[in-house]
Design a protein around this ligand. Structure first.
Ligand code: MSP
Length: 517
């Protein structure tokens, strides 16, 4: 039985069209999904849209359409963006789908039956844009402690979820499972939040029409809708068809890795696990929080008018250029400043120059000095071990870093092999060896070029999750069209594990240089 990997993105609000912040999480999930597939694992990758709640109801009203019309229109924008970026999700869930609603209602009913959801009265502060309730002490000068926008006083009959009963159990789980919340610094924030004591939270609304109805209850007179965060978080489970006897649920659920922005970590690392504990369900394996992409000094948002449209960006820069930049430039857990200039510099320096030129330079020299081939790769196993040693060091590190979601450090490993290749070419000067006629020089020339070739083949394979189209093209120029087709291509990203004979071709430039604006 092959290993299982389940990765999710947050489900995106349909009040906003996709921007580069949404792209960031989605490509991160795609890199991981592709990486684990390339390791021969069974992968399930879920994304989708969050379509209920007051925010959507309000926005639809402003636009003079129904919430469903708004959702139907905006969801297409997300789907188009993901096609453009080659996102390989296995499923796309919308919270307005029947398959989702029935799971939400089923789980709520179970919690009502067990007494973990009870009826009471709610009075508190509500942040409409965040759909979050805050206590008196949490509110900062009449504003939401998370987003800084004004909160409203709200009183209503409400169902409550007994979150207070699960704080200790959750702390214990976090302690016993290092890596449950990543990165470590964010885990510490969550732990101190839980240690302040968890309060029961309001889990239904009577003020909202656009939501999933709570199960019928003779004790209430008004209709209650399920709190939008309970509704939204449940998508990770409902998409696996738990009530339909679908094998995906037992197979994938315990392997779940939730990628989330730091702003929604609390919902994922406190609310969601306590819901699951109350339901007696296993918790996800990891919750990984990333930082924000900032533009100027602030977060990108439509209201600030500083959003970057991913489709336009792809048309201008190229899909792989953007995908690469997001993970080479920014440290995943931290905020990063986005500018077009740094994007162009990265693509030119790292992709056009180091990688693209590296490939075409080595392929050209092979064709010019050795002929097109097929070339015998037995030359790789010689006493000259300079590049082999570097490759032997960086490959395990590459995997280690990716397993830790340190995308930027994983890429750094590959770039250190690329610069070793460059130095190796300069110090061995194949062009001088090519002028010498004696067989020893010819033999050395062949070995040198094949060592460079092997290093680039390994780098290209490792780059497949990040820049799938260009890395695949690079492999084809290098004459390795087989590794990608095997059941576990990542195993081929190791010295001497490629095909025995390769036919190199000169190919086209992989990344044309971009002009700076
Ligand atoms: N609908 C909720 C998530 C429910 S998940 C059960 C939501 N949606 S959102 O559309 O507002 O945001 C989705 C994700 O996009 C969040 O993880 C958020 O952090 C991320 N980003 C939004 N803007 C961002 C940046 N500027 N930079 C990086 N990520 C950001 O929250």
């Amino acid at each position: 039985m092959s290993k299982k990997f389940y990765v999710t993105t947050p489900i995106y609000y349909v009040t906003d069209v996709p921007h580069i912040g949404h792209l960031y999480t989605t490509v991160a999930a795609d890199v991981l999904a592709r990486y684990h597939r390339l390791k021969g694992e069974q992968v399930w990758f879920l994304t989708g849209t969050d379509e209920h709640g007051q925010k959507i109801q309000k926005k639809a009203k402003e636009l003079g359409e129904t919430p469903q019309q708004l959702a139907d229109r905006v969801v297409e924008r997300y789907k188009q963006a993901w096609v453009k970026y080659g996102i390989t999700h296995d499923d796309f869930i919308r919270t307005t789908e029947q398959r989702h609603k029935k799971v939400v209602q089923h789980l709520i009913k179970r919690l009502m039956d067990s007494g973990d959801i009870y009826l009471g009265n709610y009075e508190g502060w509500y942040c409409l844009p965040d759909e979050a309730f805050w206590t008196e002490t949490q509110v900062v000068n009449g504003c939401c402690p998370d987003c800084g926008r004004p909160v409203e006083r709200l009183q209503e009959e409400s169902y409550f979820f007994r979150m207070s009963a699960y704080g200790d159990k959750l702390l214990h789980h976090i302690e016993q499972n290092p890596g449950f919340i990543l990165p470590e610094s964010r885990k510490n924030e969550v732990v101190s939040f839980i240690k302040q004591g968890l309060k029961d939270i309001s889990i239904s609304r009577t003020t909202i029409q656009w939501g999933i109805p709570m199960p019928p209850d003779p004790n209430v007179t008004r209709e209650h809708k399920v709190y939008v965060w309970f509704d939204a978080l449940t998508n990770y489970v409902s998409a696996l068809g738990p009530l339909d006897g679908d094998e995906k649920f037992p197979n994938f659920w315990p392997q779940a890795v939730h990628l989330v922005g730091k702003d929604i970590l609390r919902f994922h690392a406190v609310y969601w696990p306590t819901f699951l504990m109350a339901l007696g369900m296993p918790l996800p394996k990891r919750i990984v929080a990333h930082g924000w992409l900032l533009s100027g000094s602030g977060k990108m948002s439509k209201s600030l008018g500083n959003v970057v449209n991913p489709i336009e960006l792809a048309d201008e820069i190229g899909v792989d250029g953007v995908r690469f930049f997001l993970f080479r430039e920014f440290v995943f857990g931290q905020d990063g400043e986005y500018t077009k200039d740094t994007l162009i510099q990265r693509v030119n320096a790292d992709l056009a120059n180091d990688f693209g030129n590296g490939i075409s330079r080595v392929c050209s020299m092979i064709i010019k000095y050795l002929g097109q081939g097929p070339l015998d790769l037995n030359t790789l196993l010689t006493e000259d071990s300079e590049l082999r040693t570097v490759a032997g060091q960086i490959i395990p590190k590459f995997h280690e870093e990716l397993e830790k979601f340190a995308f930027e450090r994983a890429l750094e490993q590959l770039w250190s092999l690329l610069s070793s290749v460059n130095r190796y070419i300069e110090s061995n000067a194949p062009w001088n060896l090519a002028k010498e006629k004696d067989p020893a020089a010819q033999d050395k020339l062949k070995k040198i070029l094949m060592h460079c070739h092997e290093s680039l083949r390994i780098v290209s394979l490792c780059l497949l999750p990040f820049i799938p189209r260009s890395a695949s093209q690079a492999l084809s120029f290098l004459g390795d069209k087989e590794s990608e087709k095997t059941s576990s291509p990542m195993d081929k990203a190791s010295w001497g594990k490629g095909p025995q004979k390769v036919l190199v071709s000169k190919g086209q430039p992989l990344f044309p240089r971009l002009e700076r604006a």
